[in-house]
Design a protein around this ligand. Structure first.
Ligand SMILES: Nc1nc2c(ncn2[C@@H]2O[C@H](COP(=O)(O)OP(=O)(O)OP(=O)(O)O)[C@@H](O)[C@H]2O)c(=O)[nH]1
Ligand SMILES: [Mg+2]
Length: 237
């Protein structure tokens, strides 16, 4: 399943590379979580993502195991929704983000606006239907700092989201990109669930082995070549 796995110079050392995609409604904090994870920074005022941004981050799971995430941070605005399959295609793992302070509400003309958790659930359904069949999905309820300061700001109970996550087979964390609470834990938990033990030497990850539906080796960066994205390697962090 890993895109690339190689044995290192140290005996027993392993390096694996995985494609991760972030999905969720606009303004829930996807880019902020990535910025915290990759650069350990936070911006109070962030521009909404256009298309998608690509970043990488490497973490050590233990003395011998290193995991590199190739991260596609998608744009949550409705007008970019049709691009999402390009980014979750062949993803090994996904973080689906919602904002724990944002409830569903009635809009004008009695139309119903979904909560960001409802939106997250529909992303999970879509991933389970259309993405890599072994994809590891984590649900992240972000902006936990806001409810720590003012508990009445909480709109989504952690217990409800956790029960849903358990039922759907997802990892679950409440996070704060602002304070960094649980951000590293979230990505580490994903890395630990990825099938490192099935890793073979670099170049051998074909179908039926590490390749799974990914087939072959190498990272599929095709979305980065699309004019609709901010480009491979581009980052609006
Ligand atoms: N208090 C608080 N604010 C946050 C947190 N995460 C993000 N924000 C703020 O929420 C706003 C939106 O954050 P983004 O990271 O741009 O959201 P996004 O999900 O990437 O939005 P799109 O790119 O439009 O899909 C910004 O003003 C952030 O500063 C958090 O954990 N706590
Ligand atoms: Mg963004």
């Amino acid at each position: 399943m890993a895109n690339r796995v190689q044995t290192g110079t140290r005996p027993g050392a392993r390096f694996a590379q995985f494609k991760l995609v972030l999905l969720g409604e606009s303004a829930v904090g996807k880019s902020s979580l990535v910025l915290r994870f990759v650069k350990d920074q936070f911006d109070d005022y962030r521009e909404s993502t256009i298309g998608a941004a690509f970043l990488t981050q490497t973490i050590s799971l233990d003395d011998t195991t290193t995991v590199k995430f190739e991260i596609w941070d998608t744009a949550g605005q409705e007008r970019y929704k049709s691009l999402a399959p390009m980014y979750y295609r062949n993803a090994n793992c996904a973080v689906v983000v919602y904002d724990i302070t944002q409830a569903s509400k009635m809009k004008k003309w009695l139309t119903y606006a979904q909560s960001s958790l409802d939106k997250a659930k529909s992303w999970v359904k879509e991933l389970q239907r259309q993405a890599n069949e072994n994809i590891i999905i984590a649900l992240a309820g972000n902006k936990a700092d806001l409810v720590a300061a003012q508990p009445d700001k909480r709109a989504i109970q952690a217990a409800d989201a956790e029960a849903y996550a358990r039922e759907a087979g997802l990892l679950f964390f409440e996070t704060s990109a602002k304070t960094a609470d649980n951000v590293r834990d979230l990505f580490t938990a994903i890395a630990k669930k990825l099938p490192l033990d099935q890793a073979g030497p670099r170049g051998l990850g074909g179908r039926g082995g590490m390749g799974g539906r990914m087939g072959g080796t190498g990272v599929d960066l095709r979305p980065g070549e699309s004019s609709a994205t901010q480009g491979a390697g581009a980052c609006n962090c």
